[in-house]
Ligand binder design. Sequence first.
Ligand SMILES: Cc1cc2nc3c(=O)[nH]c(=O)nc-3n(C[C@H](O)[C@H](O)[C@H](O)COP(=O)(O)OP(=O)(O)OC[C@H]3O[C@@H](n4cnc5c(N)ncnc54)[C@H](O)[C@@H]3O)c2cc1C
Length: 448
Amino acid sequence: MGETSKTRGGSFRRGQAGYEAARRAALRNALLPNRFPEMIVQANDVYDVIRAVKLARRENWRVAVRSGGHSWAGNHIRDGGMLLDVSRLDDARIDKHALRATAGPGCTGAGLAMRLLRQGLFFPAGHCRGVCLGGYLLQGGYGWHSRVLGPACMSVEGIDVVTADGELIHASADENADLYWSARGAGPGFFGVVTRFHLRLYRRPKLIGAAVQTFSIDKLEEVFRWAHGIRREVPAAVELMLLLSRDTPGVRGPGILAIAPVFADSWRAAWDAASFLTHGPLRRRASLALPFVPTGLNLLYTGVMQHYPADHRYAVDNMWTGASFDDLLPGLRRIAETLPAAPSHALWMNWVPPPSRPDMAYSMEDEIYLALYSVWKDAKDDAAFAQWPVERMREMQHLCSGCQLADENLGQRPVRFVSDEHLARLDRIRAERDPQSRFFPWMGRPNV
Ligand SMILES: Cc1cc2nc3c(=O)[nH]c(=O)nc-3n(C[C@H](O)[C@H](O)[C@H](O)COP(=O)(O)OP(=O)(O)OC[C@H]3O[C@@H](n4cnc5c(N)ncnc54)[C@H](O)[C@@H]3O)c2cc1C
């Protein structure tokens, strides 16, 4: 059964009634790019997807796919070709005993996560409501408890995919393994339409909660130096995030929110995991300090969503970094000095990946993730807000090992998003699977 009630999908040629509303509805970001597909097709089922890809072949159109429309950059809104909206493929079936689920790409990660929790199960869904599995799983998927369970694409066991020929096939480690390899990390450059994911599930951690501290901005250096210094000691069950914003609880003016979501199986384990923060050296310097509180997942979602309101304009950019703190400090200071009004913010996420992962396209990560989000309401403020993330990231380019595809801005700032070796392999598989370049590649790599 579908988790949302969506109206039946239709098809809209450019210039036809309904086209502009469909283009607008295809993107969550209110900052809609000036790019115009020739046709928008809203598939109701997998047969519509097959028909749409075959139509694109006949018309010699390129195809861009949309599931939840949460790509900040509007990767699926391209000039010319077809925008294929698969958000209506949103059913999810859970097999509690086998610890397996299948889910359509239009299923929201948060919706799936909440259903699973009620059955004592868990999946590393993303940190925000509304993000759909389609884009989320293809790009990697940084979700709740992902430091232990890995990026969510590691829990994809198979995909059903409509290929550039308009053929529906299954891909897994045992069949069409090249597509399966690619689908775990190619993100917005994947060359097929995923119509179903086959997922591995986990037992629900018994306690889900968070510890929080906030600091005024004059403590920027000591807070970030501390976070950088302890990055490898933070238990994997904790996702330490520092959020720099002009509106921070308990602080007058700009400040830093340090939040440590914890996933544990006992109170003792949760308290121990959070103790690096709750009993850390900065606790007496905090404006506000909350011990570990078992909030449950829903409240964590509510907290995060305050920073990502709907109907706002967004500009986003990011980098992975393994740089030293002294090298990062000038860039952090500049970010703080130039930070636009809230809910705009900068995010520092403690990631520190394990030395190796399974073989999959996903291959770009580093110890620290730094992402900038400009968020504003009025088109008249575009000039003041839109360039902040990309300008700050350009200034710190020498410290950047690559980018996350979750918050990609490749059209404006092309950087490495998988290892060079994996990019070459992706290009080879693309050339075999999609020789006519039916599917749009990543923005910033237009000639693939
Ligand atoms: C408010 C917000 C919060 C976010 N939080 C997180 C987070 O916590 N963790 C995280 O990892 N990411 C997060 N993201 C980033 C998000 O995961 C990516 O933007 C993801 O691509 C969105 O998936 P989607 O299906 O909703 O978006 P879409 O815009 O529909 O998809 C993005 C791209 O993926 C490709 N694609 C999508 N569906 C398919 C398909 N079925 N077949 C083939 N290709 C497809 C297309 O190229 C498309 O352009 C967040 C984004 C937003 C806006």
